[in-house]
Design a protein around this ligand. Structure first.
Ligand code: OSB
Ligand code: MG
Length: 368
């Protein structure tokens, strides 16, 4: 039984080592919402992955703050929890959507449970991998040569998968220059909704891409089914998979062959585990997406990626790809052969640098 007595919300501001551009906009300075949950004896941190603007999903860091403060935290405070697997349903009761806000709290309870029971996060969710494969997501660059330079650096670092962001006008010459030089690297593209079903997709099939991620509307499954029929390249859904039910829809309609699971996007670990399992039963591989997290959110992603059906390298990069100095110790690092170790220590597996967090906190709220 876990009784949460206090939930602390904080906004911190951190600058990315380089701006990250996608088809829906560019980000440089990041506003980040961190959560700390406390019982009488233990505490755990989690991260809300909502962006500052609603250009990925409808949520933002500000809507999440409001939802957590007004509606979600009161469902957890001083209201005992038997097991973190029960938390998602509790947060779902009479509160629609707002999955990133829910996920931040839901995952925090898994972190708390791991801490209290002296187990690693990976162990708590029955992860099987001791190491996970890394991948890098490279933003849209000004020209193909600039992209190639980024890919050169990434290949040298040993990443297990390279994902490039694309949009109409920044697609084929960019993919082409990379494929010419690297005929066999694991390469994929992410369009973040930038295309329409009426566009010509035939060229994508000539680049031996692992997958084409979310080419059509952010909330669409149906049109992706039509597109998948005319494409050999597997479609991977990201934005439109917001629940187990959406994952089933994708599988039934054959709207995609791979799912990018981001625990923040689906409401936390419990729905992530459900999606992982239904995909495994249907021979649909999954991989763990990223939201440019700090080392705190990364701890949860890496634990999740240790599950058996996370068989494709995720958007899991070491701390240095995002931050000059991360807010955890040790920082997340990768080996020369592109692997990250899944911590076996109890709790998140990394220490949170509270002093550094204090120094960059711009807003703080204690809820009791
Ligand atoms: O579409 O996967 C995406 C970051 C923010 C919003 C959406 C996406 C991304 C990424 C970043 O691709 C991946 C990472 O965290 O390294
Ligand atoms: Mg994506």
């Amino acid at each position: 039984m876990i009784t949460i007595k206090k939930i602390i919300l904080r906004e911190i501001n951190m600058k990315l080592v380089e701006p990250f551009q996608t088809s829906s906009g560019s980000i440089d300075n990041k506003r980040i919402l961190l959560i700390e949950m406390k019982t009488d004896t233990h505490s755990a941190w989690s991260e809300c992955v909502a962006k500052q603007i609603p250009n990925y999903t409808p949520e933002t860091i500000d809507t999440c703050w409001l939802m957590i403060e007004k509606y979600l935290a009161p469902k957890l405070l001083n209201n005992p929890i038997d097991h973190p697997k029960d938390v998602f349903n509790r947060l779902e009761t009479n509160i629609r959507g707002n999955l990133m806000a829910k996920a931040a709290l839901e995952m925090g309870t898994w972190g708390l449970y791991a801490t209290i029971t002296n187990q690693s996060l990976s162990n708590v969710i029955k992860g099987t991998r001791k190491q996970v494969e890394t991948g890098v997501s490279i933003g849209i660059q000004k020209d193909p040569e600039a992209l190639l330079k980024k890919v050169d650096e990434s290949v040298k670092l040993g990443y297990g998968k390279i994902k490039i962001k694309i949009q109409p006008g920044n697609d084929f010459p960019f993919i082409d220059i990379v494929r010419q030089k690297y005929p066999s690297i694991k390469l994929m593209v992410d369009a973040n909704n930038a295309y329409a079903l009426s566009d010509d997709f035939s060229k994508f099939d000539s680049y031996n891409l692992m997958m084409l991620e979310q080419p059509l509307a952010w909330d669409d499954v149906y049109q992706h089914a039509h597109l998948q029929k005319q494409l050999k390249t597997p479609i991977c859904l990201d934005e439109s998979i917001t629940s187990l039910s959406k994952a089933k829809e994708m599988i039934d309609l054959k709207a995609g062959q791979i799912i990018n699971i981001k625990p923040g996007r689906v409401g936390g670990f419990t729905p992530s585990l459900d999606i992982h399992n239904i995909c495994q039963e249907n021979n649909i591989p999954v991989w763990c997406g990223g939201m440019l997290e700090t080392g705190i959110g990364r701890a949860y992603n890496i634990a999740l990626a240790s599950l058996p059906n996370f068989s494709i390298p995720g958007d899991l990069s070491p701390s240095a790809r995002y931050w000059k100095k991360d807010i955890v110790n040790p920082e997340w690092t990768m080996s020369d052969d592109g692997l990250m170790t899944v911590p076996s220590k109890p709790g998140l597996g990394v220490d949170v640098d509270v002093e550094k967090i204090d120094a960059i906190t711009v807003k703080k709220l204690d809820l009791t």
